[in-house]
Each structure stands twice: as structure tokens, then as C-alpha cells.
Design a protein around this ligand. Structure first.
Ligand code: NI
Length: 180
């Protein structure tokens, strides 16, 4: 399958599962698939700046990265459709909500670190995409803690992907202007 076909299969599958639950970008009517395609776009651009990067694999993980956290799809179903490696990588990117909230990110990061660098890259791309102007109802504390978490991800995933690390570092600087 060509990378274009791989992309189309993954985005169609993910878009449908998120749309079935009427998921949109927070505070908007924009379909959730826009977030997924933004993460995939970051990955595609990064791939062209990165040696030894499995773009076909990474693009699937990018497009499917929220499907286990936000829909009723199981790891088994995902593995049947996209293979074991994609499914277990998406699982690593999925927060375990049985854990206390304050432990969920560090647990997730430690599982991501056991995966290939493409999976680390998806985590960076996800946060880059999410560091857009915050929703107007977010207070200063919430914005500050989101920024702190972004710094934590950048620090922990050092060595993931130089291009995306630089992008995230830039977004972190820009985001500071929203905390006033
Ligand atoms: Ni996401």
C-alpha cells in the first residue's frame, strides 16, 4: 500500500470512530479529525527532516493516537485493522485513567519511552498541535500547568526528534504570552 493509501485508510477509520461519538475540537463544531490530521501533518514534515524514520508506521500512529483514549475501539480491534505494532504504540500513547490524575502523564511517558522514536515523535507532535491559543475559559493556573506539562514532555522525550523538539520549544515560548 502507498503512504497515501495508508493515510486515507487510517484517517477515514479514525474520523468515523470519533465522529460516531460527536467529538469535536474543544469549544467548536470542528470535527475531531482536524486534530488528528494536524498531528499527522507535523509528522510528515518532521519525517522529511529525519533520517531513519518509518513514516508509514508513524503516520498511522499519529492518525490513530487518540482512538483508544476517546472511543470504544479496543486494542484487539485496532490490531486486527492496523497490526500489532500500531495498536501497542497507540496503547502506549493512551492515558490509564485507573491511575490518579497526577500520575497519568509520567506513566504514559514511561511507556512511550519503551517504543520506537516514531512514537515519541507523535507525542511531541500532539503537544505542538495542542499549544494553540488556549480556550478563553481557561484560567491562569490551568494555562500555566499545561505549559509546565509541555516542558515536562519536551525534557523527558529529549532525543526523540530534533526537528519536533525545536518546534515544541518554539511553541512553548509563544504560549508564555497567553499567560498574563
Ligand atoms: Ni491528541
Amino acid at each position: 500500500m502507498s503512504i497515501q493509501d495508508i493515510y486515507q485508510k487510517a484517517i477515514r477509520y479514525a474520523a468515523e470512530k470519533h465522529a460516531e461519538l460527536q467529538q469535536t475540537l474543544p469549544g467548536s463544531i470542528i470535527p475531531y479529525a482536524v486534530h488528528l490530521s494536524n498531528v499527522a501533518m507535523e509528522i510528515l514534515v518532521a519525517a522529511s527532516h529525519t533520517e531513519e524514520f518509518d513514516t508509514e508506521f508513524a503516520i498511522q500512529v499519529a492518525l490513530l493516537h487518540d482512538i483508544l483514549e476517546d472511543t470504544h475501539i479496543t486494542v484487539e480491534e485496532l490490531a486486527n485493522e492496523f497490526g500489532n505494532e500500531v495498536a501497542t504504540s497507540v496503547l502506549a500513547l493512551t492515558k490509564r485513567d485507573v491511575l490518579p490524575k497526577e500520575d497519568q502523564m509520567s506513566d504514559c511517558i514511561s511507556r512511550i519511552k519503551q517504543c520506537g522514536k516514531e512514537v515519541w515523535a507523535v507525542k511531541l507532535a500532539d503537544r505542538i498541535t495542542n499549544l494553540q491559543p488556549p480556550p478563553s475559559h481557561w484560567n491562569k493556573l490551568r494555562k500555566a500547568s499545561y505549559l509546565l506539562e509541555a516542558n515536562y514532555i519536551l525534557k523527558e522525550l529529549h532525543g526523540a526528534n530534533e526537528y519536533l523538539e525545536n518546534r515544541l520549544a518554539g511553541k512553548i515560548v509563544e504560549y508564555q504570552d497567553y499567560i498574563i
